[in-house]
Design a protein around this ligand. Structure first.
Ligand SMILES: [Zn+2]
Length: 147
């Protein structure tokens, strides 16, 4: 199984301790693509991410630290070009108002490592009406049965 855990001493799917790691250090650990999204809030190009069109059953974890973020049953197919979910693990994420680029959006971040994951919008499907618009590079999928 491909995993971000390689060469990443902070990666854990069980340790919930909050991480306070400097970007200088993350830069030596993460791939350039993941660093740009997770630590500099870049956005991957639409329709390019590995989980955009993907509907296997399993769990999604933070690619930076291994924190649990989403269950595949909350994923839905959206035309926006990024993997979309209607519900996040409440223990996994937190929110921040994002006024960058002249827009008023809600940023979604990992509760454990403080990495940028994407944004949440209120035009999603039932039951929550939310659309978590995520970057594939920030997610690591583990299929059911491999946990
Ligand atoms: Zn994380």
């Amino acid at each position: 199984m491909e995993s971000q855990a390689k060469n990443n001493p902070y990666y854990s799917r069980t340790d919930k301790t909050e991480l306070k790691i400097s970007n200088d250090e993350w830069k030596t650990i993460l791939s350039p693509d993941l660093y740009a999204v997770a630590r500099e809030a870049a956005t991957e190009r639409a329709f390019t991410g590995k989980y955009n069109e993907f509907d296997e059953l399993g769990e999604y974890f933070c690619a930076v630290c291994g924190n649990h973020l989403f269950r595949s049953t909350s994923k839905f197919s959206s035309s926006c070009g990024w993997p979309s979910f209607f519900e996040a693990d409440k223990e996994g994420v937190y929110y921040k108002r994002d006024l960058a680029y002249g827009m008023d959006r809600v940023e979604v971040l990992c509760k454990r490592c403080d990495s940028h994951l994407g944004h949440v919008f209120d035009d999603g499907p039932k039951p929550t009406g939310l659309r978590y618009c995520m970057n594939s590079v920030s997610l690591e999928f583990v299929p059911d049965g491999e946990m």
